[in-house]
Design a protein around this ligand. Sequence first.
Ligand code: FAD
Length: 316
Amino acid sequence: MKVTDHLLEAKETLFSFEILPPLKGKSIQSIFDGINPLMEFKPKFVNVTYHREEYIYKERENGLLEKIAIRKRPGTVGICAAIMNKYEIDAVPHLICGGFSREETENALIDLQFLGIDNVLALRGDSIKTEANFKPDKNGHTFAQELIEQIDEMNSGNYLMDEVQLEPTKFCIGAAGYPEKHFEAMNLSTDLLNLKKKVDAGAEYIVTQMFFDNKKYFEFVETCRAIGINVPIIPGLKPIKSMNHISFLPKFFHIDYPEALSKELLKCKSNSDVMQVGIEWGIQQSKELKAAGAPCIHYYTMSNSESVKAIANQIF
Ligand code: FAD
């Protein structure tokens, strides 16, 4: 079932979450161990992130460096199929532009359709570590908007390979939004105009980057509505968990902590102190978002179901 249909059917704020494929070598059980504790909150869908390859350089015997592609977290599509089978809920694979040609994208989407997956979150992806800026694959997409256009074309039955007759796909397409602006955008206004292009291209709902200040989400929704973005906007929340997160999350995700939160974090002496602050902050944020009628609250577990469970216990 489509994410947008779940949202339409819902009588109150839905609960959903995102998981990362486990590091190579771990079993599917580690995924189930992360999902099991959250099933009591009746998620209608679970997102599974996609991680593209990275390049490392290995020195060969002759002293020359060899460039090797590695993927640390493969398996997004297989994990989606396993989740749908085991829990009978929808899985939303993330699909990115980076590392994919248009033909590879088409084939990936055909595979998803074979598996009965109706949803996809369409993203550009970040640059790989060895590149300063995002570089599309040869014959790949530069912006998520183009990926969305391709999926939308497939939904109309227009495939790149015209020699085979295929049924139109039926993907419900989600896109990413940034209440604190995407870090590459000149300003929030241009970023929002680019977000509108994704919606005009066929994105049917938006999931936001994590934020810790609900005011920013409310303002973001208001501005989106003012410029004609009328699709559901699902807030994304991340419970801060460790001392390391305090500086990592703002640096990596380009977000700010509001002053009241930073004051609490400054008092923390251990990971468990931070985890407690993260849970309490997440509960307050969730209560306010739910009261304001958010269609769904989407939690970034980042392999930490414990804090999400503690928050969900108070909210759902
Ligand atoms: P885009 O929408 O293409 O935007 C990228 C930048 O280009 C922005 O600054 C935007 O303003 C600008 N822009 C967009 N369209 C145009 C245009 N037509 N013309 C000119 N400028 C334009 N990354 C992963 O690798 N795997 C994941 O699984 C993953 N999941 C995510 C889930 C969520 C909910 C979010 C919020 C992010 C996720 N990311 C993931 C990170 C994401 O890939 C990065 O933030 C990436 O840098 C931007 O992706 P995007 O889809 O927002 O890009």
